[in-house]
Ligand binder design. Structure first.
Ligand SMILES: [Zn+2]
Length: 60
């Protein structure tokens, strides 16, 4: 179960090359700085990888 309350930090369209790797790289940058719980979701309807930071609670 992924976090229900979260902030979107970045979106990487699935159409670009190695979109998943780019999204993970961006997540790593945020993890190293201000948002240690940053991780990547996949937005199926939007066909995009979404870099998110959970806000409140600890569900992810
Ligand atoms: Zn999550």
């Amino acid at each position: 179960m992924h976090c229900s309350t979260r902030r979107t930090l970045a979106r990487v369209p699935d159409s670009i090359p190695r979109a998943d790797q780019r999204a993970e790289w961006i997540a790593g940058e945020h993890r190293a700085t201000t948002h240690p719980d940053t991780h990547v979701h996949y937005d199926l309807p939007g066909a995009a990888f979404v870099v998110v930071a959970p806000e409140g609670g600890d569900a992810r």
